[in-house]
Design a protein around this ligand. Structure first.
Ligand SMILES: NC(=O)c1ccc[n+]([C@@H]2O[C@H](COP(=O)([O-])OP(=O)(O)OC[C@H]3O[C@@H](n4cnc5c(N)ncnc54)[C@H](OP(=O)(O)O)[C@@H]3O)[C@@H](O)[C@H]2O)c1
Length: 268
């Protein structure tokens, strides 16, 4: 039995769907599933972990991966853990995910760490959706190019690591096939969605947008600093992880965009 955390979220939902399609026994868990799981309520942990041997481990932004939960999982019979981490966490100083990786490495279970680049789905399901609809996205990274990756491809790497041999002890940098700037991404989306989408990569634009949306100035400035460190590192290159692990080529950003536009993701 595999326990899928964050099972209503961008990656967990796709991990659960792919496990189900492959006929694997699994249990989905979040605060809103039949077996509820809440990071902030440890009385929910034991029922969720009952009879579980494999774990897709993720915590939403702002939530630590509690080592107590990982310890409890291993003591109750979890032998394999696949952690959703992120690329760029050293340079961005993401202490939350660096700690999560350490916890998993030291857990005693067989582990795989999945470090994706920026999700394509940020633009239609995630934090950039509102900006796309408003015609202006703001990320303070200038013309930096990143190999945006499809959430379905990330889930496929997770599922392979959970269900097949050969992935234990690996840290996988999961990327799409091509590095694009946010400006490129905005242009591609604007064309497919038939709406104007401009990109502002300046720190000033980001600060104004975030504080205008209610983010405390200090938090916005800390984010700008982390983004600046990423920008200073320079363009990230695509890897061959999706093809190597799943046997299929990663989905091009343009395909993600045309599928989302066809579904009406940015209509209205
Ligand atoms: N966005 C990116 O480009 C990117 C790139 C690399 C890595 N990442 C990493 O990916 C992770 C986010 O993954 P995602 O986008 O799939 O998540 P998501 O779509 O934001 O979903 C969050 C999930 O966590 C659940 N959740 C929220 N609060 C919870 C709580 N207190 N206890 C238990 N479950 C809770 C939510 O379900 P309920 O509301 O039903 O509880 C939901 O299933 C983050 O760690 C982020 O750093 C993101």
């Amino acid at each position: 039995m595999i326990l899928v955390l964050g099972a209503t979220g961008t990656i967990g939902r796709r991990v659960a769907a792919q496990l189900e399609a492959g006929g694997h026994a699994m249990r989905v868990a979040s605060r809103h599933t039949p077996t509820p799981f809440d990071w902030t309520d440890d009385s929910t942990w034991r029922p969720a972990l009952e009879a579980v041997g494999g774990l897709f481990l993720m915590a939403p932004d702002g939530q630590d991966v509690d080592p107590e939960l990982v310890g409890q999982a291993v003591r109750s019979g979890v032998r394999r853990i696949v952690l959703l981490s992120s690329g760029g966490i050293e340079v961005m100083g993401d202490q939350r995910l660096l700690a999560a990786e350490r916890t998993v490495r030291e857990s005693g279970a067989q582990w795989t760490i999945v470090r994706p680049s920026w999700f394509d789905q940020n633009f239609d399901e995630g934090f950039l959706r509102e900006g796309v609809l408003a015609g202006r996205i703001t990320v303070p990274v200038g013309e930096l190019r990143q190999p945006f990756v499809d959430a379905g491809d990330i889930a496929a790497v997770v599922v392979a690591a959970l269900t097949r041999d050969g992935h234990v002890g690996e840290s996988y940098e999961v990327t799409g096939p091509r590095a694009l700037s946010f400006g490129d991404a905005a242009t591609i989306i604007g064309r497919a969605a038939r709406r104007e989408v401009r990109f502002d990569g300046s720190p000033e634009g980001y600060l104004a947008a975030m504080t205008g949306a209610g983010m405390p100035e200090e938090q916005a400035k800390a984010a700008i600093e982390a983004f600046a460190a990423l920008r200073d590192q320079g363009d990230a290159q695509p890897t061959d992880v999706v093809r190597r692990v799943t046997g299929r080529a990663p989905k091009p950003f343009e395909t993600y965009v045309s599928e989302a536009a066809e579904r009406g993701a940015w209509a209205g």
